[in-house]
Write a protein that binds this ligand. Structure first.
Ligand SMILES: [Mg+2]
Length: 499
């Protein structure tokens, strides 16, 4: 069979395929997606003549032109390069069914395109997760045993997705987390093969975006979406209300027939972006009922957020005073007003990720305090000797350790008393959810290696509250992050913890 591929030279309209025996109309219609008003709905008609030539009939005046492979067919709002393929001669002639792949961000993101899916801009995005949304495993295992271990999640999906793309003008985009790649559990080729095998039945332009690492591209972070709207179709203003995202990781609890979702990353991804969210089941039901995606009909029945999900501003006290006197309740904004004029030592107290080092860097480092930090010095003995040395030099010091147990605080208090130092306790009181959020943020941005969850839980459990008589000058720090980069501020405001 002879196939003609019309390769769009701009990224606003998709490629088209014309097979021998077919006629194909180029025009301002749903399939071609040409927007230029000077192009009529039926602008010209394409017919294949033989393996070298095709005819183009301009429908306005009946003029017929013959063209060959390699030439450009131009008109208002479109320009296609003609590529004729005889698929009985070439083994890879069905190139339209192959996915072309590129790597960006040093391989942290893989982008695949099928049927010119990388060029089908639209203001409406139909986003889909891949595993257990479009496909599940034949083996019924959580991870596919090989590249053929797949089946469609629902047999109606190809029809429904074709409806969205061909009839409603949606851009079909798959957003997938494939962390196994960077963990060395699966290869890039294995992932590519799985997508190629399982998307064979979807005869629509498709863009595939895959996050291979635990970074800003991994859902629920919005890196993949941001890349799409900023770099792949920057010329389009997105109609957020009509966009939607379908995924199975919705934080749903266990039921009698189904185990609990392993995470809520898909739901949180949609919430972070600000688009409608549907589970695969909801999508299938919706399309079965309405035969098209009717966002007005979408019931707001998103699953409830799992308990650990956290977003800054939802739960925290947003006021911007700096600290509170724990003994008097007085709120203080001027740090200098509480710092003694005599030599002194500030003892930090708070679990990992509660903001101790950040606070030091923002407020105390500029005041020339000696920084005594267990993470840097590695042993308590080294912390002790640096403290003693600094006291002999009459310098003000900060003990930036967790100091969650009374004993650990007491050793510093004793040292202060022996050396005639005044001492203050700064307590970094933060909800456990917020600490996990900070921990994840530090890891994603590379500011700090992430601390394992279990360490945070253990520290929280071991924490011994500060007694009033432990210290006469004790303050609670009101956590108030400052950001060096504006994209960090945006990232911090998202849901970062996926389960
Ligand atoms: Mg999934």
């Amino acid at each position: 069979m002879i196939i003609c591929k019309l390769i769009s030279t701009n990224n606003l309209i998709p490629d088209q395929l014309v097979k021998s025996g077919q006629t194909f109309i180029i025009g301002r219609n749903r399939q071609c997606r040409i927007k230029n008003l000077n192009c009529s709905r039926n602008f010209c008609k394409i017919q294949l003549l033989n393996e070298k030539k095709l005819s183009v009939e301009y429908l306005k005046d009946g003029r017929i032109v013959r063209m060959k492979s390699g030439e450009f067919l131009n008109g208002p709002g479109f320009s296609y390069k003609i590529s004729l393929i005889n698929d009985s001669m070439k083994s890879d002639a069905m190139t339209e069914d192959k996915i072309s792949w590129i790597e960006i961000e040093s391989g942290n993101v893989l982008i695949g395109s099928k049927f010119g899916g990388d060029r089908c801009s639209s203001d409406k995005i139909a986003g889909f997760d891949f595993d257990f949304t479009l496909v599940s495993t034949k083996s019924a295992k959580s991870f596919p045993i090989d590249e053929n271990d797949w089946k469609l999640f629902d047999q109606r999906l190809p029809e429904y997705i074709q409806q969205l793309v061909n009839e409603q003008g949606y851009r079909f985009v798959i957003f997938s987390n494939q962390l196994g790649i960077s963990k060395g559990k699966i290869t890039v080729d294995f992932v590519k093969k799985r997508f190629e095998n399982s998307l064979k039945g979807m005869q629509v332009p498709c863009l595939i975006m895959i996050a291979t690492k635990d970074d800003i591209y991994r859902k629920p972070c919005t890196g993949l979406w941001d890349y799409l709207v900023q770099h792949i179709q920057p010329e389009i203003e997105i109609n957020m209300q009509q966009c939607f995202y379908v995924g199975d990781a919705a934080g749903r609890p266990k039921t009698t027939t189904k185990k609990a979702d392993f995470s809520a990353s898909d739901l949180l991804f949609a919430m972070n972006i600000g688009v409608n969210f549907l589970t695969p089941e909801q999508f299938i039901n919706h399309m079965t009922k309405y035969k098209q995606f009717e966002y007005q009909q979408l019931e707001n029945n998103s699953p409830t957020l799992p308990e650990k999900c956290f977003k800054v501003g939802n739960n925290e006290n947003e006021s911007n005073f700096l600290l509170t006197n724990r003994l008097t309740g007085e709120k203080i904004n001027d740090l200098q007003s509480i710092l003694p004029t005599n030599v002194h030592c500030i003892i930090f107290c708070g679990i990992s990720g509660s903001g101790k080092t950040t606070f030091f860097e923002n407020y105390l480092q500029p005041l020339n305090y000696v920084h005594i930090n267990y993470d840097q010095l590695k042993t308590n003995q080294k912390c002790q000797s640096l403290a003693k040395k600094s006291m002999s030099e009459q310098r003000n010091i900060v003990i930036d350790n967790t100091n969650i147990e009374r004993n650990s605080r007491q050793q510093w208090i004793n040292l202060c008393k022996q050396n005639g130092y005044e001492y203050l306790i700064f307590y970094f009181e933060l909800s456990l959810k917020h600490v996990f959020h900070n921990n994840k943020f530090r890891q994603i941005t590379g500011i700090h290696k992430s601390v394992p969850d279990v360490v945070i839980y253990t520290q929280n459990k071991k924490f011994e509250s500060i007694n009033n008589d432990e210290c006469q000058q004790q303050f609670t720090i009101n956590f108030n992050p400052k950001f060096a980069e504006s994209n960090h501020q945006k990232l911090y405001s998202l849901y970062l913890i996926e389960k």
